[in-house]
Design a protein around this ligand. Sequence first.
Ligand SMILES: [Zn+2]
Length: 449
Amino acid sequence: MTRVASRAYWNEALETVAPGPLADLTARLLREQLAYAARRSAFYRAKWAAAAVDPARVSGPDDLPALPFTEKPDLVAAQAGGGPFGTNQAAPADALVRMQATGGTTGRPLRMAMTRRDVQTYNEVGARAAWAAGLRPGDILFECMNYSLYAGGVSDHLTFETVGACVAPVGVGQSRRLLEILGDLGADAMLYSTPSYARHLAEVAREQGLDPRGLRLRRGLFSGDAGLANRAYRDAIEETYGLVARNIYGTGETAPVAAECDLADGLHFLGQGTFHPELVDPATGAPVALRDGADGELVLTTLTREAHPLIRFRTHDQIRVTTAPCACGRTGFRFRVLGRTDDMFIVRGVNVFPLAVGDVLGEFQPDVTGEFQVVLLEPPPLVRPPVVRVEAAAGLPETTWPALAERVGTRIRELLMFTADVEVLAAGTLPRTELKARRLVRAETDSSQ
Ligand SMILES: [Zn+2]
């Protein structure tokens, strides 16, 4: 495959910016964005008036915690406030060129529009992420994300085109056709999907008698669920296809703001000049200093958004930060996603993220498939131990399952410091999905009465 002479970064000036100039740029853009929101968004005017705060007093990021958070349900509620996009529509109707919707598993979808400049900004940030993750002109990328309204569909697609790659809009539910095309392609290609979809596609391939390694998928860019944070899950995908896996992080309301570089040692924040990141304590909302080793919920503020500014938007993703310099030269801090703050549960005073259970299971491969589910039997406070359902690998004798359950329970107790009631199930028992894997089942919302 011919390659253009490769540069190291998509946007060297911003991806390697030093802290001082970044702080100056952020402060200036933040003041402008707040003034814009105060002028154009009835939603923010009302929110700030109710909190008795004056955005004009925010001169830089250090003052930002004076302003209230923005939660997704607030934005959904604001849709009812008139017009197609409600009271946080800050740009005129004739400036809007794209609409997408996020959420929808619970509650009403949040409708979000973009102006032409918002699209360019999304493409710019997404291109930095895709470039960091290894996408280049000359690559053929099969995008297997949900294109129906979801930002990860068309919007991410166009970030890859911005890089200059050749992108195929596959979508979901097209696995058989995709396998046909890959079989005929006669060239190396790349995949963009959720980690769950990659597992699903491999199963469909095997059902058809195809070895996934024969598909010539040489690199996978993954996003949409945190599965790749689990080392064993990631290794299994890389091994299954013989590909290099790289993680991209974003939320449907913001953009792909982070990605792994060649060194794959955490997600680099790449939203410089576009998003301002903060860390907060998910329980109290108190600011957490963004320093090496810090844990906190990621909160993002848009710096240039025209259609729907987002000021202190809570992602509900709990992250752990690394600030040590990376050999790639990018200065954006690195992080790994620990889990959804909404998925965190507390067992006898210990905070647990279901993803951490997946990490423990990594030690037990190949005896387990890696699929799992945590079932909470009651609303908090938990008295009965959570049930952890794991799948035995196909062919593992059933007589060995009780001992496996015992060993998994012991490691969970040692590493995560809680007692679980481990159930071993047959391979393929837990629900598979082409989209996001569902790892936590809560009794109060999920069981029948
Ligand atoms: Zn790096």
